[in-house]
Design a protein around this ligand. Structure first.
Ligand code: HEM
Ligand code: HEM
Length: 123
């Protein structure tokens, strides 16, 4: 689980930085929110999840880890795809559904941490 989160985070990070360079070159600062959230939800958060699963192996052993991984990742993709659609006024549906899933993923991780991490010794 830790490796998958780190790998996907690094892929988002690579893409997000490339997107940032493209945005700067083409003066497309209207895309800054998308760039920011690709890097923050895609790269920063996922790398942190990966490191936390590595620091607290009991979290990765729980079945909640897979639920967190799937819900957060599908949610992130849906949210990031929906963000430009919401900004351009086409539909907010994907951004709403995606952001709910991102938060749900976070709640699953919180539950896992409270049950299997908080109070336990770190590796
Ligand atoms: C090669 C790497 C990167 C480049 C070239 C880049 C470029 C940019 C540019 C051109 C902007 C728009 C600034 C503006 O609107 O005035 C921006 C905004 C932003 N970037 Fe990046 N960025 C990079 C990496 C990152 C990373 C790694 C993160 C987060 C982990 C990040 C987070 C943000 C955030 C949060 C904003 C929005 C700031 C605001 O709304 O004022 N960026 N970036
Ligand atoms: C469900 C997930 C999230 C939703 C729905 C969300 C929504 C938003 C919204 C509506 C804005 C304001 C945009 C504006 O000023 O017009 C914003 C800005 C921002 N968010 Fe998020 N956010 C989410 C997750 C995160 C996470 C996880 C981080 C950091 C790790 C983050 C960092 C930021 C930053 C730095 C800004 C200011 C830069 C910008 O204006 O683009 N967000 N977010």
């Amino acid at each position: 689980m830790d490796r998958w989160f780190v790998l996907i985070g690094l892929l988002y990070g690579t893409f997000g930085m490339g997107f940032g360079i493209w945005m700067g070159i083409h003066q497309r600062f209207d895309q800054a929110h998308l760039h920011a959230h690709i890097n923050l939800i895609g790269f920063a958060s996922m790398i942190l999840f990966g490191l936390l699963y590595r620091s607290f192996p009991a979290l990765a052993a729980s079945r909640l880890a897979l639920a967190h991984f799937l819900v957060y990742n599908i949610g992130a993709a849906v949210f990031l795809a929906g963000l430009p659609l919401a900004q351009s006024g086409q539909t907010i549906a994907l951004a709403v559904i995606g952001s709910m899933m991102v938060v749900l993923g976070m709640l699953i991780f919180l539950a896992n941490y409270l049950m299997n991490g908080f109070g336990a010794k770190a590796a």
